[in-house]
Design a protein around this ligand. Structure first.
Ligand SMILES: [Zn+2]
Length: 292
């Protein structure tokens, strides 16, 4: 699933090219045998299933509107339109948002195409279709799910805020970092990378962190996410940037998906356990457990 650095990379890429553009028309695709048929969306009868929110407003609010801005909150993308509506885009497992020439081949699993006033297109592609594009009035957008439940932005969180969250919850550190209502945007990859750089066991209990450990964690959350954004995120499977390119940060991963490989700090073996309901990779030598 794209996490904060991947979504931030997409938003930064799109901000340069789609803001100020008018949405001329909408299209979707249908499969006829092996052929991909491109269809105009003129009524709600062929709105793709990935569209949600106030669906009956979708066509009238989107077509003819101008894109006023694009931002990120947690792993969600917010596209503000003229006319008072905004779109929340969540890529979930395999969603992609790609800005491309209208002459480029439309691939399978392209659910929605925005035709833009510069003659190019913004395409939403999603193989597994867990992602969505929802429309809501802009004035209450932060009251809509999932924006309403999101915690601090991890790149901006202050050490006092982190300390408070840690001491108010008695949960394993892997689960702590994955909890979107504490901090939003960190998923499985970056949780493991942050814990390794913090020399912290994934099963350590949040309320047991010392002041020194909290300071280290605070620093590493920002360091890992900033480096990942600089490298345009991590491409493990489906993630691509808004121009369809892979990210680079997977080359810098120290533990994620590296079971049995040597730790680059101590040469010990990286192991895999289950924590927070997810596969969790860590180095037992660099990340010892001192509480249970
Ligand atoms: Zn190690």
């Amino acid at each position: 699933m794209p996490e904060l650095p991947e979504v931030e990379t997409i938003v930064r890429g799109l901000a340069k090219v789609i803001v100020g553009q008018k949405i001329i028309s909408l299209k979707t695709t249908a499969l006829k045998g092996d052929k991909i048929i491109i269809e105009d969306i003129k009524t709600s009868s062929n709105l793709p299933s990935i569209v949600g929110g106030v669906k009956k407003k979708f066509i009238s609010a989107v077509i003819g509107s101008t894109i006023k801005g694009i931002n990120r909150r947690g792993k969600s993308i917010i596209i503000e339109l003229s006319g008072g509506h905004s779109l929340i885009v969540h890529l979930k497992m395999t969603g992609q948002l790609i800005y491309t020439d209208s002459s480029d081949k439309v691939i399978k699993h392209t659910h929605l195409i925005f035709n833009l006033s510069d003659g190019k297109e913004l395409r939403y592609v999603d193989v597994r279709r867990f992602g969505y594009i929802k429309i809501f009035p802009s004035e209450n957008i932060f009251l809509e799910h999932p924006l309403d439940t999101l915690g601090h932005e991890p790149i901006e969180i202050k050490i006092g805020e982190l300390r408070e969250l840690l001491s108010n919850h008695k949960i394993r550190m892997k689960s702590f970092l994955l909890n979107q209502s504490f901090m939003s945007g960190i998923g499985n990859i970056y949780a493991d990378e942050i814990l390794h750089r913090s020399h912290m066991h994934p099963l350590k209990i949040s309320s047991n962190l010392s002041g020194k450990e909290t300071a280290k964690l605070h620093k590493m959350i920002k360091e890992v996410l900033r480096e990942a954004i600089e490298h345009r995120g991590s491409t493990i499977r489906d993630y691509v940037t808004s121009t369809g390119e892979a990210g680079d940060f997977q080359k810098m991963h120290r533990v994620y998906n590296k079971e049995g490989k040597p730790c680059r700090c101590c040469q010990g073996k990286i192991i895999k356990i289950r924590a927070g309901g997810r596969s969790t990779f860590f180095c037992p030598a660099c990340q010892p457990i001192d509480d249970k």
